[in-house]
Design a protein around this ligand. Structure first.
Ligand code: ADP
Length: 697
């Protein structure tokens, strides 16, 4: 039997009360390769089936102790895969139907043919095998299914708990991120606030709250990193902070990784241990603040940690704060230093004696210091440089000229246009700078007012000119005077000889008058050339002025001009040369009268000058005024616009005033009269004194 070759033999239970049949069939089936057991009664059969597993049962329907049909159910119970074949000699329809209803596999009629039994048993055995196989598979499947179900439940439980954890983690992450965001914002406040103390206090307070710390303080190194000081503290006492400073002060000289964080109250000999290596409890943590390898200071935190493990929870938070705070404090320190530098620069610029202005790349003014605003009166930001300074190098733009000259600084003189069309001489020092690749060159201009310097130069030149003129005049006057005396004497002799000849005498008189006029000029020339040394006598200046005015009264009356005099000097005593000053007042008052038309007024005022050591005599007239063209030449010797004038009045007057240590100025607008101001020291400053008191100029 090929199909059985690799199997344990199938087992067959034969139940029949006839020993002969039992034996024949047993033998036949054993020969066919089955393991066979036999039972003559139902009870025997059930016992065997309880002891062993059978694949097939051949059951006779008529048994001595019970009907074979009743055996089918209990057999199936003890051997669930058993296939039962029913045998009977008296087949009835009912018994057949009943047998099949009870799941009998086959039905064999007696007397039987062994071949039929062989076929039926083979088929039943195969059926039983298949059934038991399928039962086994089913059982395995069921077991697996059960396991799967169990796995699924465990998985669901695990998933739920993982979900829970995730939700927790997510919430704590969110909380953490919110806190960091708040602290980050507060950190930004530190560097963006001019006064960062308040921002710092808020930051420390929030930091303590989030970390659940008891207090914190920020210690910062001074600029030179030599001194460590408390910048701000929240709930930490001064004695404790003093101790912390003592321990940490030398730490800026150590090589540290910025992320190392220390316990302040550790057991180490130097009192400082990195927190991650702590084995004992500690309460004070020092967080170093470094920025780009520059030591800024420490954040000191008070929070008790029982062990390193408790600290690990806070480590990343503290670490992040360390980064934020380092950066913000570095920025705040830099910004406050920049601010100080800017204030300093501004103070220096604003208090400089010279004007400073800068332009943009288009030559428009971007900055003016106080002095520049004052000198360039009215110059405002955005105004072109070319409108402020006249180009001394040609007709084009000064800014374009500077650009064309290229880098470096240069210094030159030019005119600065002031509001109202007046110009003043200035010296310019300019530098062109290029701030970066993207912008053109801009100018920095430093300039100083040369007006006083120029005036001094002019005075020196004039003094020089006058000195040589004086020497020349003295020589010439001397040379002319001798022959003139000869001519006059001869004319006088002639006149006497022509006594009675009226007509001729009239000619001689003309000669003598002209000689007298020439002599007058020579006299004033010699006066001018002669060094004037004022005699110093105490005089009442009011009286001197009145004397002078009395001398010109007649001339004024003839010209129809009124002279007025007033004095606001409570004490007009001065120490000076009264005669010389009388001469000055006389000269200038005469000029005033001559400048006026009939009905004009010459007003003379005596008052205190701006400097109380000086007095001022103002002689103002309502005459023609002095035009701009001649204003510069007025005081030059021999400068006159009058047919009969000598041009010596003002030059001699100025010389006298200066020899006293005073000066003469005038102010005039054509058509509106002229005012001359004679400023004199109450006590004449002689040349020797004047070198010691240049203010008199
Ligand atoms: P002179 O009177 O002989 O001309 P001065 O030196 O006194 O010589 O004056 C020089 C010139 O100054 C005068 O010719 C005149 O043109 C001008 N001047 C002086 N005083 C006045 C005045 N009060 N008003 C207008 N012009 C004046």
């Amino acid at each position: 039997m090929a199909h059985r070759s690799n199997h344990a033999p199938d087992s067959v239970l034969i139940v029949d009360d006839e020993p002969a049949i039992l034996e024949i069939v047993s033998q036949f089936l054993a020969d066919r390769g089955y393991r066979v057991s036999g039972a003559e009664t139902a009870a025997d059969a059930l016992r065997l089936a309880g002891e062993e597993r059978y694949d097939v049962a051949l059951v006779d329907l008529k048994l001595p102790d019970r009907a074979g049909i009743e055996l089918l159910a209990p057999l199936s119970e003890s051997n669930p895969s058993i296939a039962c074949i029913v045998m009977t000699a008296f087949a009835s329809i009912e018994s057949t139907i009943e047998a099949l209803r009870l799941n009998a596999f086959d039905y064999i009629l007696k007397p039987f043919d062994l071949a039929r039994i062989g076929e039926a048993v083979d088929a039943a055995a195969q059926h039983a095998r298949l059934r038991s196989e399928s039962d086994r598979v089913l059982a395995r499947l069921e077991a697996q299914n059960r396991k799967l179900e169990e796995g699924k439940e465990a998985l669901a439980r695990e998933l739920a708990s993982i979900n829970d954890e995730l939700r927790h983690a997510n919430e704590s992450l969110k909380r953490h991120v919110t806190r960091l965001r708040v602290l980050y914002q507060m950190g930004r406040d530190i560097s963006s606030n001019e006064n960062w103390s308040d921002a710092l206090d808020r930051f420390l307070m929030a930091f303590c709250k989030y970390l659940e710390a008891e207090g914190a303080a920020l210690l910062l190194f001074s600029n030179n990193a030599l001194e460590l000081k408390v910048r701000t503290a929240y709930q930490l006492e001064t004695p404790f902070l003093d101790g912390a400073i003592e321990r940490l002060a030398g730490w800026q000289r150590r090589d540290l990784l910025p992320t190392e964080i220390f316990a302040l109250d550790g057991a180490a000999p130097d009192g400082v241990r990195t927190c991650l290596s702590m084995t004992v409890r500690w309460a004070h943590t020092a967080v170093p603040l470094l920025y780009k390898s520059r030591w800024l200071g420490f954040l000191v935190v008070r929070k008790p940690y029982r062990s390193r493990k408790a600290y690990v929870n806070d480590y990343h938070f503290i670490n992040t704060i360390q980064t934020i705070l380092s950066e913000e404090v570095a920025n705040a320190v830099n910004i406050s230093r920049l601010r100080q530098l800017k204030d300093f620069n501004e103070t220096v610029l604003e208090n400089m004696n010279g004007g400073v202005l800068t332009t943009d790349a288009a030559g428009l003014v971007t900055f003016l210091n106080e002095r520049a605003r004052e000198l360039a009166g009215g110059a405002s930001l955005g105004r072109p440089l070319d409108e402020i300074f006249a180009n001394p190098f040609g007709a084009g733009s000064l800014f374009a000229h500077l650009l064309a000259r290229g880098e470096g600084s240069c210094s030159f003189e030019c005119l600065l246009a002031r509001a109202g069309g007046r110009s003043i001489p200035v010296r310019l020092n300019t530098a062109l700078v290029k701030r970066d690749e993207h912008h053109g060159r801009t100018a920095i201009v430093v300039f100083e007012d040369l007006t006083a310097e120029k005036r001094m130069e002019e005075e020196l030149r004039r003094a020089d000119r006058l000195r040589s003129l004086g020497e020349l005049s003295a020589g010439v006057a001397h040379e002319i005077r001798n022959p003139l005396t000869g001519i006059a004497t001869t004319a006088q002799v002639l006149r006497e000889k022509l006594a009675g000849d009226r007509e001729r005498i009239a000619y001689i008189d003309v000669i003598l008058e002209e000689i007298a006029r020439l002599d007058g000029i020579i006299k004033s020339l010699l006066n001018f050339a002669r060094p004037i040394a004022p005699r110093q006598i105490e005089v009442a200046l009011g009286g001197i002025v009145e004397d002078a005015l009395r001398l010109v009264e007649d001339r004024a009356r003839e010209a129809g001009v009124t002279i007025r005099f007033e004095s606001s000097l409570p004490d007009d005593r001065c120490i000076l040369d009264g005669d010389q000053i009388k001469q000055v007042v006389l000269n200038i008052a005469l000029n005033g009268i001559e400048a006026c038309a009939s009905g004009g007024i010459v007003s003379v005022r005596l008052r205190e000058a701006a400097d109380p050591a000086f007095v001022e005599i103002e002689i103002a007239d309502t005459g023609t005024g002095v035009s701009d063209e001649i204003a510069d030449k007025l005081y030059n010797p021999f400068f006159t616009t009058k047919a009969e004038g000598t041009g010596m009045g003002l030059s001699i007057s100025r010389k006298i005033a200066e020899s006293h240590g005073g000066r003469i100025r005038h102010r005039s607008a054509p058509g509106e009269g002229a005012s001359f101001f004679i400023e004199l020291p109450r006590t004449a400053l002689l040349a020797a004194d004047r070198t010691a008191a240049p203010a008199a100029n």
